[in-house]
Design a protein around this ligand. Structure first.
Ligand code: PGA
Length: 248
């Protein structure tokens, strides 16, 4: 059985104090929820204080990016050991906004994923096609390339590595647009992604859906056999709506 995950990706929203308020408010609301992983991925400056606020809770903490070296002259970057030191157990890798605005590629995704796993950080690797690619009928080709190259040289025999790998299918045309993929459209791609994974681990790897997930559509999405959770932007920013998502 794959344990579902409900993850908030806050993007570049919330100062440290706003983030701490959210964490303090969320904690009691979801205290009894045990059958799913609850995760918030905050901006870097909020991580440490949010970690303090979440102590002794069932809410996990994640970052939205990392750099693949442990340390060095890499101005502006943050490494896996630094994320671990502030309490992160998860990190998002290769979000489409990082690919679009910050030049990330399959090759950098692969390096970041290896760095995350080396330090026992659970990695949420994002893939997804643009509207133009979907309309040209290239969805499966693009997803296949992103998954295969992003996960390049992962040995299926290394189960301890694979247990840290999570994928997220986020069609770019559905992110922040209010246009969700239909549950059937999402399921089709999720099943395709699972089919690309080595058979030894395919049934264990969790695949999240992201792109305008909200309390109104989360239930139908989560009812699909290959959708194991949500990666939620806009609807994760308010405690009330995130709680509803967690309790889908
Ligand atoms: P959205 O963003 O829920 O606001 O569409 C999802 C994401 O980018 O992870």
């Amino acid at each position: 059985m794959r344990k579902p995950i409900m993850a908030g990706n806050w993007k570049m929203y919330k100062t440290e104090s706003e983030a701490v308020d959210f964490a303090k408010n969320l904690k009691p609301l979801v205290a009894g929820v045990k059958d799913r992983t609850i995760l918030i991925c905050t901006p870097f400056p909020a991580l440490s204080k949010v970690n303090d606020a979440l102590r002794d809770s069932n809410v996990a903490l994640g970052a939205q990016n990392l750099y693949w070296e442990d340390e060095g002259a890499f101005t502006g970057e943050v490494s896996a050991p630094m994320l671990k030191a502030v309490g992160c157990t998860y990190v998002i890798i290769g979000h489409s906004e990082r690919r679009q605005y910050f030049g990330e590629t399959e090759a950098t995704v692969n390096k970041k994923l290896k760095a995350a796993i080396k330090h026992n950080l659970n990695a949420i690797v994002c893939v997804g096609e643009t509207l133009e690619q979907r309309e040209k009928g290239e969805t499966f080709k693009i997803i296949e390339r992103q998954v295969k190259e992003g996960l390049h040289s992962f040995d299926p025999a290394k189960r301890d590595h694979w247990s840290f790998v999570i994928l997220a299918y986020e069609p770019v045309w559905a992110i922040g647009t209010g246009k969700t993929a239909t549950p059937e459209q999402a399921q089709e791609v999720h099943a395709f992604i699972r089919g690309l994974l080595p058979k030894e681990v395919a049934q264990e790897v969790r695949i999240l859906y992201g792109g305008s997930v909200k309390p109104e559509n989360v239930k139908e999405l989560m009812a699909q056999p290959d959708i194991d959770g949500g990666l939620v932007g806009g609807a994760s920013l308010k405690v009330e709506s995130f709680e509803k998502l967690v309790r889908y």
